[in-house]
Write a protein that binds this ligand. Structure first.
Ligand code: OOG
Ligand code: MG
Length: 262
């Protein structure tokens, strides 16, 4: 750790206010170039604790930058992990308000909902599949608090990996019947396909991204709880949205998830 506890709390308040007030800020490594990985995750943890202290529950976690398309789009080369607060959840077919967002982009993902807790280290694909209650199509709305979505890995980790809103499809599919790497994923905006890929785009198997998340959390003494929603990461590049847009993610064998921007 390079930053003091006081500064970590200040930076968490700074980034969470930017989120809640829908305004952008410059990336925090500009003023704190010496911050390390531990500091970055400590700021993210502090944002989570701020929300929990106000009664906003944590309902899951996410992996991000788990596909080559996303890594290339953002100019980084390792996965990142963030948390999902209940205030981020939008029901399938529901609305996200543009006035509450800065410059949102949307990406198609595969969600896992856990029947049993998942704890690293040593989690692998088999452990993830055994702990999974069901899988479903998902859409994640990412909304970096950083100006023009320009960041480095430490800044984005501190900013809870741009997490903003998410929708999980209402069809629940047991994972046993699904070939996750082969599952085709299509995202449509206003009825037109704007991105498509297959499950294997996410670290060869989206279940692997969940295992990596559990193993990463273990380093901070955290685990994935039963009932948690896990987003395994954007299958394709993220696409910008505006008021009036309707977006659907369809995953072969799993149905769809949809959201409107108003
Ligand atoms: C970071 C979040 C990435 C994903 O699924 O790849 C992410 C960003 O691109 O702003 O959620
Ligand atoms: Mg994502």
């Amino acid at each position: 750790m390079k930053l003091t506890t006081e500064l970590i709390r200040e930076l968490a308040a700074h980034l969470e206010s930017a989120e809640l007030e829908a305004r952008d800020v410059v990336k925090i490594t500009d003023a704190h170039p010496g911050m390390d990985w531990e500091d970055a995750y400590a700021i993210q943890d502090q944002i989570r604790l701020r929300k929990e202290a106000r009664g906003v529950k944590t309902v899951g976690f996410k992996a991000g930058l788990t596909s080559h398309a996303k890594m290339k789009q953002m100019g980084v080369d390792t996965p990142v992990f963030g948390f999902l607060a209940e205030s981020f959840a939008v029901r399938d077919g529901g609305e996200a308000k543009m006035a509450e967002l800065i410059h949102p982009k949307i990406e198609p993902e595969i969600a896992f909902v856990l029947a049993r807790p998942l704890k690293g280290p040593g989690c692998d694909i088999a452990a993830v599949l055994a702990a999974t209650d069901y899988v479903a199509p998902a859409l994640e709305v990412i909304d970096s608090r950083y100006r023009d979505f320009k960041f480095d890995l430490k800044s984005v980790l501190a900013d809870n990996c741009s997490s903003s809103r998410f929708v999980v499809g209402s069809q629940h599919t047991p994972v046993a019947g699904i070939d996750l790497p082969a599952a085709s994923v299509v995202m449509e905006k206003n009825g037109v396909a704007v991105a498509s890929g297959v499950g294997s785009a996410v670290v060869e198997n989206p279940a692997m991204a969940v295992a990596m998340l559990a193993n990463s959390l273990a380093k901070r003494g955290l685990e994935l709880a039963a009932g948690y929603v896990i987003l395994s990461g954007g299958v394709t590049e993220a696409v910008a949205v505006q008021a009036g847009d309707a977006v659907v993610c369809r995953v072969q064998g799993m149905g769809s998830a949809s959201i409107k921007f108003v």
